[in-house]
Ligand binder design. Structure first.
Ligand SMILES: [Fe+2]
Ligand SMILES: [Fe+2]
Length: 184
């Protein structure tokens, strides 16, 4: 599989994470309970799959290579994508910070948790769309087959260092989240 197919397939799992977050976000708005364990799982997913697995490969391998090759001409585009990763991380930290107070039923933290959730969802949807429909298509045109193969080798090397396949672990986490929402 090439690097762009790999990244796109990872977006499909991230979309599933977003669908679960939308359901949880609607429940928070409607004042229906969402188990703490659900939030712990979706936070763990975002940190393990989005940040450590997926964004790492984008930022430190693909974006870094393209920045070097095009000597600053892609800086604005790459910076925008990087800052969306950063903002997404901040919203996940915001959800994590509100969890104790949310569990105690405090109204302002519950509202803030809901805002972080909806902003995270909105931001990630825009981000996935712009990578899939614009950036990956452009990058595919700009990189030779040899360059894409070399990046694929770097992806594989990075993935092998991570131990157990994060896709398997993270899919399991989302399966658990799905069940938690069904019985909540
Ligand atoms: Fe990204
Ligand atoms: Fe991505």
């Amino acid at each position: 599989m090439g690097i762009f197919a790999t990244l796109h397939n990872e977006h499909v799992l991230i979309q599933r994470h977003l669908e679960l977050l939308k359901r949880a976000s609607n429940r928070v708005v409607d004042n229906k309970p969402v188990p703490r364990e659900f939030f712990e799982n979706v936070i763990a997913f975002a940190r393990m799959f989005n940040d450590k697995h997926h964004h790492y490969k984008e930022e430190l391998l693909l974006f870094a290579y393209m920045a070097q090759k095009y000597e600053g001409r892609l800086d604005a585009t790459l910076e925008k994508l990087r800052s969306q990763h950063e903002m997404a991380r901040d919203h996940i930290n915001g959800v994590a910070d509100m969890l104790n107070a949310y569990e105690r039923g405090e109204s302002d933290p519950t509202r803030q948790l809901g805002l972080h959730l909806s902003e995270f969802i909105r931001l990630m949807e825009v981000h996935l769309f712009s990578e899939d429909m614009v950036f990956f298509r452009m990058a595919k045109e700009m990189l030779s087959e040899e360059e894409q193969d070399a990046l694929q080798k770097a992806f594989t090397k990075y993935e092998q260092k991570q131990g157990e396949n994060p896709t398997v672990i993270c899919t399991r986490m989302l399966d658990q989240c799905e069940r938690m929402l069904e019985i909540a």
